[in-house]
Design a protein around this ligand. Structure first.
Ligand code: HEC
Length: 73
C-alpha cells in the first residue's frame, strides 16, 4: 500500500533481477548506509530510481530491520 515492492522480487537468490545485487551477508552498516544514501538522493546510480523510490518510503526502523535481515542471511 505504501508502494514498497518486495525486496526479494528484485534481490532474489539465484533468480534475482538483472542489475540487482545480492544483499545476503552484506554488513549491516553497509546495507543501512546504502538505503540511507538512496533515500536522501546521495546515491543516484540506480536506473529509473528503482531504489530511491523504495528507500524514500521506508521508515528508519524498516531500514534497520532490513539491513539486519539481509546481513544475517
Ligand atoms: C524494482 C527492483 C528493486 C526492488 C523492489 C528493491 N531493489 Fe534494491 N536495488 C535494485 C537495483 C537495480 C539496485 C542496484 C542499483 C545500482 O547500483 O545500479 C539495488 C541496490 C540496492 C542496494 C545497494 C547494494 C549494493 O551492493 O550497493 C541495497 C542495500 C538495496 N538495493 C536494498 C533493497 C531493499 C532493502 C529493498 C526492499 C525494501 C530493495 N532493495 C528493493 C532494485 C530493487
Amino acid at each position: 500500500m505504501r508502494n514498497i515492492a518486495a525486496c526479494e522480487s528484485c534481490h532474489g537468490e539465484s533468480d534475482n533481477k538483472m542489475g540487482s545485487p545480492r544483499l545476503d551477508g552484506e554488513p549491516v552498516a553497509y546495507v543501512r548506509a546504502q538505503l540511507l544514501a538512496f533515500a536522501s538522493g546521495a546515491r543516484r546510480n540506480d536506473i529509473h530510481a528503482q531504489m530511491r523510490n523504495v528507500a524514500r518510503q521506508m521508515t528508519p526502523e524498516e531500514i534497520e530491520a532490513s539491513a539486519r535481515y539481509f546481513s544475517s542471511r
